[in-house]
Design a protein around this ligand. Structure first.
Ligand code: NAD
Length: 382
């Protein structure tokens, strides 16, 4: 298939573009490179030295003989987007190209507006562009498990059947997101669902959990293909961040009680989930929702696992509970369904000692690049 990976210079997108290319798909990357710019503005950096995108793609070609086309530009620029689609003519668009940090969106009004305009307008442009140019193209859109919040009932995959005053209906599952970033994803989901209903588009919304790990078969092939790995208080995510903190001897930063429970998955499963969604397109008019995670952990569980794995390789790891900068429940019920991708063939890589061991060793290799001032969270929700 011809697959356009929007946001293909980022953490999930880069690994996915190489994986799909390696599996024989014709892949193109579209990216504005704005994430590199936001890193520079905030004076944060990935743990790993990522090469410029052109160099990455040249190296991929040299190693495998495979070509990945490149479109550099912003999806909020509609004519650029249309031109790219006219040239590449994808069968599927995988959309990772958003501002994806909750703390970034909570810095101030400007960052909230930037996040929502970048994400909501970009996604709406994609919907219009598909309708106008490629009505049969399948949109695979990255949402997040954070769209659901932490309801006191089980979380279904997208829809819930409710009986009310003697009548019954299957409705979109209620969303109670916890940041302006997560809200942008909810707005996206509503816009996609509406476009499927009125224009007959086909879309899959992947409510992804927190991704961990750095190596995939492809990104591990060569130093120039290395993926980004964020550890700072704005872009770093749980587990990846803990492993890097452990590597530099910084106490693990558990926010509050640490009972916050979340869905997580290995980056090797992210790329496979995307492949499954692409290979099994939604029907015309269908707005399909999959919960894309493989296991549930509390933040405190993750910290303990990193502490144990660290001890096994001789690292002395401390765990600190710090004031929670977010407004969120620190102890709560959380039980989310995740059967749809497994039914379509996902075989999860569960979190194992060997994965933690390799992530800790990887973090240790690059620890000289860590700026310890960027570890503690600086953005507060109020
Ligand atoms: N990383 C995670 O743990 C995680 C968890 C759940 C969901 N997600 C979702 O997966 C997607 C990818 O996340 P990531 O961690 O790879 O993020 P990332 O920041 O590493 O990558 C996003 C990429 O999109 C590009 N981009 C942003 N806005 C753009 C625009 N307007 N036009 C063109 N390109 C644009 C950026 O330059 C960047 O390369 C996001 O939508 C995110 O919400 C990520």
């Amino acid at each position: 298939m011809r697959v356009l990976v929007i946001g293909g210079d980022g953490y999930c997108g880069w690994a996915t573009a190489l994986y799909l290319s390696n599996r024989g798909h014709d892949v193109a990357i579209l990216d504005s490179l704005v994430r590199r710019h936001w890193d520079a503005q905030l004076q944060v950096n990935t743990l790993t030295p990522i090469a410029p995108i052109q160099q990455r793609l040249q190296r991929w070609h040299d190693l495998t003989g495979k070509t990945i086309d490149l479109f550099i530009g912003d999806i909020c620029d509609y004519s650029f987007l249309i031109n790219s689609l006219q040239q590449f003519k994808p069968d599927a668009i995988v959309h990772f190209g958003e501002q994806r940090s909750a703390p970034f969106s909570m810095i101030d009004r400007e960052h909230a507006v930037l996040t929502q305009s970048n994400n909501v307008i970009g996604n709406l442009n994609i919907l219009y562009a598909i309708k106008e140019e490629l009505p049969d193209c399948h949109l695979v859109k990255l949402g997040t498990m954070g769209e659901y919040g932490t309801p006191n009932i089980d979380i279904e995959e997208g829809y819930i059947t409710i009986e009310h005053n003697g009548r019954k209906d299957t409705l979109p599952y209620p969303k109670q997101p916890g940041s302006f970033y997560h809200l942008s994803k909810v707005h996206d989901s509503h816009n996609i669902q509406f476009a499927c209903k009125v224009w007959g588009l086909r879309a899959t919304d992947l409510n992804q959990g927190i991704v961990y790990g750095v190596l995939t078969e492809e990104t591990g092939m060569d130093e120039l293909l290395i993926n980004r790995l964020d550890y700072d208080g704005v872009f770093g995510t749980a587990l990846n961040r803990f492993c890097i903190q452990a590597a530099i001897g910084h106490p693990l930063t558990v926010y509050g009680a640490g009972g916050q429970t979340r869905g997580l998955l290995d980056i090797r499963d992210t790329v496979r989930c995307i492949e499954i969604a692409v290979n099994n397109p939604a029907e015309a008019g269908e707005f399909r929702v999959f919960n894309q995670f493989t296991e549930l952990f509390s933040i405190a569980d993750l910290a303990h696992k990193v502490k144990e794995a660290g001890a096994a390789i001789g690292l002395k790891v401390e765990i600190n509970s710090i004031d929670n900068p977010r407004v969120e429940l620190e102890e709560h019920y959380f039980n989310a369904k995740n059967t749809k991708l497994i039914d379509l063939g996902l075989q999860p890589h569960y979190l194992s000692d060997s994965l933690l061991d390799s992530l800790l060793n990887f973090a240790t290799k690059y620890k000289g690049r860590v700026d310890a001032n960027e570890i503690l969270p600086k953005v507060k929700w109020k």
